[in-house]
Design a protein around this ligand. Structure first.
Ligand code: AR6
Length: 180
């Protein structure tokens, strides 16, 4: 499933993001940047200790990473050259600015990719696992933020791929992409 936005496109695939060959993959991290469960644990396991070392150095230099923000490190042993770590909002019922923070995650991650001149980036579905953001609400926010960035920013990556881990999430994103 894919949709074009000028000469850029958004693709949706079902799969494991640690196997992605995009220039960068995005991690759904937490503010500590020191690892966790879900996709975060899988990325650190697959990419090895070099990723955590850089995260620790960023922590020492800049402190915690607040929700909505993003930082970039090496991809370590991953096929992807970089990992962009972004911190999604914890779902608190929808009236605590969750949608706007989620949108910032995608925008700030893509801004880092654009600054590095990357041409492909892969995202998981940020916040819809342990952080409890309903996928049906997250999908249009995620896809809308990426589509806006691809349409408006001249130096944006040419391909953004969402690598979705389960069929339910893939289906939800497919419907939201068709409706965008
Ligand atoms: N590839 C792609 N997607 C995956 C993978 C994978 N290998 N593994 C899980 N997912 P979550 P969050 C999906 O919980 O909600 C961590 O402890 C998963 O099915 O990883 O943002 C962090 O340290 C779901 O659809 O991230 C934070 O503390 C999506 O990725 C907290 O979890 C996101 O689920 C962040 O929670």
């Amino acid at each position: 499933m894919e949709r074009e936005f000028g000469d850029r496109k958004i693709q949706l695939v079902l799969g494991d993001i640690t196997e992605e060959r995009s220039d960068a993959i995005v991690n759904a991290a937490n503010s500590s940047l020191l690892g966790g469960g879900g996709v975060d644990g899988a990325i650190h396991r697959a990419g090895g200790p070099a990723i955590l070392e850089e995260c620790k150095a960023i922590r020492q230099r800049c402190g915690e990473c607040p929700p909505g923000m993003a930082v970039i490190t090496t991809g370590g042993r991953l096929a992807a050259r970089y990992v962009i770590h972004t911190v999604g909002p914890v779902w608190r019922g929808g009236r605590a600015g969750e949608e706007s923070l989620l949108s910032s995650c995608y925008r700030n991650s893509l801004r880092l990719a654009a600054e590095k001149g990357l041409s492909s980036v892969a995202f998981p579905s940020i916040s819809t696992g342990i952080y409890g953001f309903p996928a049906a609400k997250a999908a249009p926010v995620a896809l809308g933020a990426v589509a806006r960035f691809l349409s408006e920013e001249e130096r944006s990556p040419s391909i953004v791929r969402f690598v979705l881990f389960d069929e339910g999430t893939f289906h939800t994103y497919s419907e939201a992409l068709a409706d965008l």
